[in-house]
Design a protein around this ligand. Structure first.
Ligand code: PLP
Length: 379
């Protein structure tokens, strides 16, 4: 098998940039020429464009996706002792801010086929101290928001959607109503980390909400709790989206749907190549959400993952493990509350998942090489 001429990468930001270089360079130069580095016009412009794209009343830009989660929890007035339910199979940021604010993270397992939070497990873990649920739309497909919202309504809980991996995904309710991921819960929080589906050229993040009061509060908290200049009404943080990043994002947002389509083409190719393979379980697509494939994640069945990864690397194919250690087994999050074996699905996933290269610039030659190589190795 001939190796493709172009080096295979998990994410190819350079090739993507080259296609929009003229526009991005001009947008960045404009910020520099106007020395509008902090809260320049591009921030508002991007904010409005994203509000329009998401059909949401308020977008509040901030410095990164982790800050977004923290600002959301601060704005909801969550206090030490309050319990926040989230998935045990996710990126650390989700649980990190819960801990930082002195709230109690209550982890629950996920579904083995979609990687999303287990709704029955959420319900079993609701107590009188529970204040919020943080579903994570992992790898680019929405969690079961209709059931989560029903549960939240029944128990009077807030819902913060962690949409860092699923910006642009559409969720369809059983009555046919469609909403963008992150605009269904009380608040949506997202990240513009470079490798995310809508990534800037540094750090960036945003919050979404349809609630006017919450929007005002979150904007205030992100700007030192300031209502008018040098008047501070609440305890806040310093979390701004740089104007240069907003300028890049404004250009890239116009391409987001195109990028999602390109990612879906890659996923379709992988799905077809690996369909019905006994040792490769392809990611399940659900009916009520589109998938924007932040990651394409296989579950290996009876395959030595470390060896496969090494063999792939030798053949020029990177593959990543998202995530190798469950949250409850991380040193920073170990407590008397949890022990090994508590989240069997998460623990199994951490031991068997493998994510393949997934980005907007993959050609068919590369995909053929990757799938042929994987199939040859796991045979
Ligand atoms: C990336 C990510 C975050 C954090 O975003 P940063 O911008 O890196 O702070 C939070 N949650 C999930 C699920 C993520 O993937």
């Amino acid at each position: 098998m001939a190796t493709p001429a172009k080096k295979i990468q998990m994410v190819d930001l350079k090739s993507q940039y080259e296609k929009i270089k003229t526009e991005v360079d001009a947008a960045i130069a404009d910020v520099i020429n106007n020395t509008a580095f902090i809260n320049g016009p591009a921030v508002k412009e991007f904010q409005s464009a994203l509000e329009k794209y998401l059909h949401v009343k308020h977008v509040i830009p901030c410095a990164n996706g982790t800050d977004a989660l923290q600002i959301a929890m601060m704005a909801l007035g969550l206090k030490p002792g309050d319990e926040v339910i989230t998935a045990s199979f996710t990126y650390v940021a989700t649980a990190e801010v819960i801990g930082l604010l002195g709230l109690t993270p209550v982890l629950v397992d996920v579904y083995p086929d979609t990687f999303d939070i287990d709704i029955e497990a959420i319900e079993r873990n609701i107590t009188s101290k529970t204040k919020a649920i943080v579903p994570v739309h992992l790898f680019g497909q929405c969690a079961d928001m209709e059931r989560i919202m029903a549960l939240a309504k029944k128990h009077n809980l807030y819902v913060i959607e962690d949409v860092a991996q699923a910006i642009g995904a559409d969720y369809t309710f059983s009555n046919g109503t469609k909403q963008k991921a992150g605009t269904i819960g009380t608040i949506g929080s997202t990240s513009f980390f470079p490798s995310k589906n809508l990534g800037c050229y540094g750090d960036g993040g945003a919050l979404y909400t349809n609630d006017d009061d919450l929007a005002k509060k979150m904007r205030m908290i992100a700007h030192h709790g300031q209502s008018v200049q040098y008047v501070h009404d609440v305890l806040g943080v310093n979390s701004r989206l740089d104007t240069i990043q907003a300028a890049v994002l404004k250009v890239k947002l116009k391409h987001l749907d195109e990028y999602a389509a390109a990612r879906n083409k890659v996923a379709d190719y992988y799905d077809k190549a690996f369909a019905h393979h006994l040792k490769l379980k392809t990611p399940k697509r659900v009916k009520n959400s589109t998938h924007v494939f932040h990651q394409y994640t296989l579950q290996l069945v009876g395959v030595d993952r470390a060896k496969l990864r090494e063999q792939l690397a030798e053949r020029g194919i990177p593959a990543m493990i998202y995530y190798p250690i469950p949250l409850h087994m991380q040193k920073a999050y170990q407590s008397n509350r949890y022990k090994s074996g508590d989240f069997p699905v998460t623990e199994k996933l951490c031991a068997t998942v493998l994510s393949l290269p997934m980005h907007t610039e993959m050609d068919e030659e590369t995909l053929k090489y990757i799938t042929d190589t994987v199939l040859g190795l796991v045979n």
